[in-house]
Write a protein that binds this ligand. Structure first.
Ligand code: PMP
Length: 356
């Protein structure tokens, strides 16, 4: 704290990202990273990159990546925005669209960065409780609002809404912007990108951090009506005229072009997730049905915080949130088959866990 801090900064509670431990041996199942490396084509693009070019500024429009994304999603290039991870794309969206006289509506519980942006930009917001089974009740969002945001699938619960539920919400709320954060959509949920041509109040945000194995390069994007994209470009250019560095642009294009690798790795993660779900249930966990690369689970008798400590002591890192409603759950990212087998074997050694 310094006397030079503004009041806004004094009151700001920043987002705390999941731990990135220094120990190499630890099995990291706490931040929903992809356990598989980026596509070999991405590695090739980076290895053959002419490093002398780094003295130049990158393309301020990231045109090659926008075009690759437009082709992949079957939309025109003026419907694509790119940024430094979807966190930045979301930050620009809050700045551009949600500073309204009426409150922004969001689920209680969802990605906790949404609160941080609201506090940073002074956006009034209202949290709408989830149902008891952790599903989002979209009919509760039909009230005066200055925008609606939710993650689909939601985080950290892993549950997903169907496209027709989202479409009904869009039809009922034509005066507000609906932002769907699809960070995890590639692991088995339906993307709302296909609705963006018909609804000019829909903005869909996705990331390369999960299904494309590129969390370290920070690439996110949004797809929506060209007027929404123009709004985001205005905000972005007021912060930094270069959305992505040259390496990220090259790697991003190569990642999008290798569709076979993407399909293969996401299918493997889904199969591993479904196997792990069955194993955890057999060990006495209740597991929320997941359409993501993580599981949200609570044990019938044992405390989540204690279990997290037990796993940590045995070299496995999972996520625990100490906030009400979800403080007895663990969020477990899906790793390789070997890592998930190690998780199950370790839980089996817990003195109070018995296989049902
Ligand atoms: N949205 C959700 C729901 C997330 O869980 C995450 C990852 N923490 C993000 C967005 C941000 O991802 P990134 O900035 O790596 O694209």
């Amino acid at each position: 704290m310094s006397k030079y801090w503004s009041d806004a900064i004094r009151q700001l509670v920043p987002y705390v990202p999941g731990e990135q431990p220094k120990e190499q041996q630890i099995v990291k199942l706490n931040t929903n990273e992809n356990p598989y490396p980026p596509s070999p084509k991405v590695m090739q693009a980076l290895q053959s990159f002419d490093l002398e070019r780094l003295r130049l500024y990158p393309d301020p429009d990231a045109g090659r990546l926008k075009q690759a994304l437009a082709d992949h999603h079957g939309v025109s290039r003026d419907r694509v925005f790119v940024g430094n991870g979807s966190d930045e794309v979301l930050a620009h969206s809050f700045m551009a669209f949600f500073r309204q006289p009426q409150p922004l509506l969001m689920p209680d519980i969802s990605y906790s960065f949404y609160d941080v942006y609201c506090n940073l930009y002074g956006i009034e917001h209202r949290r709408i409780p989830l149902r008891d089974d952790f599903s989002i009740a979209l009919e509760d969002y039909d009230q005066g609002n200055g925008g609606i945001i939710f993650a689909n699938p939601n985080a950290p619960t892993g549950r997903a809404l169907d496209l027709d539920q989202i479409e009904r919400l869009l039809k009922r709320n034509t005066e507000s912007l609906v932002l769907v954060d699809e960070a995890y959509v590639d692991f088995g949920a339906e993307s709302a990108v296909s609705l963006t041509g018909r609804y000019d109040n829909l903005l869909v945000v996705q990331t390369f951090s999960k299904s494309r194995s590129l969390a370290g390069l920070r690439i996110g994007f949004a797809i929506g009506h060209p007027a929404l994209i123009e709004g985001l470009e205005r905000v972005k250019n007021s912060f930094n005229s270069y959305p992505l560095d040259m390496l990220a642009i090259s790697a991003g294009v190569a990642a999008i072009e290798d569709d076979a690798y993407f399909r293969d790795t996401t299918a493997r993660i889904v199969a591993t997730r479904d196997w792990t779900t069955g194993e955890l249930e057999a060990l006495g966990f209740r597991v929320v049905p997941s359409r993501t690369n993580f599981l949200f689970a609570s044990h019938r008798y044992l405390e989540a915080a204690e279990l997290m400590g037990y796993l940590r002591a045995n070299g496995l890192l999972v996520r625990h949130f100490s906030r009400p409603l979800i403080d007895n759950h663990l969020r477990i990212s899906i790793g390789t088959d070997a890592e998930m087998q190690q998780l199950v074997r370790t839980l089996e050694t817990h003195p109070d866990i018995v296989r049902l």
